[in-house]
Design a binder for this molecule. Structure first.
Ligand code: PGA
Length: 265
């Protein structure tokens, strides 16, 4: 099983800050952490897949620093936080999948709850973006998650399965095998969120495992992941990896999470 441990920086970091983080990560992975297994033991058995999702402005710079590691199994993959489903055209303010890939992305994040809430991302647009991402050979990282009220009503599993089904309908087995799903309950995300207790994740992950486990590349958890709760989250049978915000915005936090990921394999 591959442990996917990644972070989205959301709307944070200047070019200088992004470059500094990337340079630090590159040297850490080639140093003690790398030599003890994160990158230097390249090959599918490496079992750890770090990924960084910078803001669009820093994609090329981060890829420039970490690019040599991007195609090494177990090396660092770079992602974009969003991309449009059309390849080009009159879509002011958007970037396309080919443009994101041109800047170094091999992962496209799709349907984060902040985009669904603030930018009216719908199930249909997530489906179009998954399709475009696969068409160009990148990995869709599909984010799904229920609001607090749905959780309180006990409907989390059916809500997220509906989101997944809508975004992934019509895909072949081969296409599905390249998809990552991140389950991120909205009530657990960000500074206003409450960290999920591991037992609260059992039912949604069991449902995802039952429907998609044998078909997709991996099932990730996201939402208020910290160094303290990461070991218990990684110990859940159905969790293949972590998608982290705040706890990985400082390089030191991310490196520690990578170590936890590697130790949990
Ligand atoms: P957080 O963000 O770890 O800061 O809660 C997670 C996410 O939005 O993916």
């Amino acid at each position: 099983m591959t442990r996917w441990i990644g972070t989205s920086w959301k709307m944070n970091k200047t070019l200088a800050e992004a470059g500094e983080y990337a340079a630090g990560l590159a040297s850490a992975l080639q140093g003690p952490l790398g030599s003890s297994g994160a990158v230097n033991s390249a090959g599918p058995e490496a079992g750890l897949q770090p990924f960084i999702i910078p803001p669009h402005t820093a994609l090329a710079a981060v890829a420039g620093v970490l690019g040599d590691l991007a195609n090494v199994p177990g090396g660092v993959r770079i992602g974009a936080q969003n991309a449009h489903w059309e390849d080009s055209g009159a879509w002011t303010g958007e970037i396309s999948v080919p443009q994101a890939m041109d800047a170094g992305a091999t992962i496209i994040e799709i349907g984060h709850s902040e985009r669904r809430e603030h930018f009216k991302e719908t199930v249909e647009t997530t489906r179009l973006k998954v399709e475009a991402t696969l068409r160009h050979g990148a990995i869709p990282l599909l984010c799904i998650g229920e609001p607090r009220a749905v959780r309180d009503d006990g409907d989390s599993a059916s809500y997220i399965l509906e989101q997944a089904r809508g975004a992934l309908s019509g895909l072949s087995e081969e296409q599905l095998s390249r998809v990552l799903i991140a389950y991120e309950p909205i009530w657990a995300i960000g500074s206003g969120g409450r960290p999920a207790r591991p037992e609260e994740l059992l039912e949604p992950f069991a449902a995802l495992r039952r429907h998609y486990g044998a078909h997709v590349e991996g099932l990730l958890y996201g939402g208020s992941v910290t160094l303290e709760n990461a070991p218990a989250l990684l110990a859940l049978d159905d969790v293949d990896g972590l998608f982290v915000g705040r706890a990985a915005w400082e390089l030191d936090g991310y490196l520690k999470l990578l170590e936890l990921g590697r130790a949990s394999r």
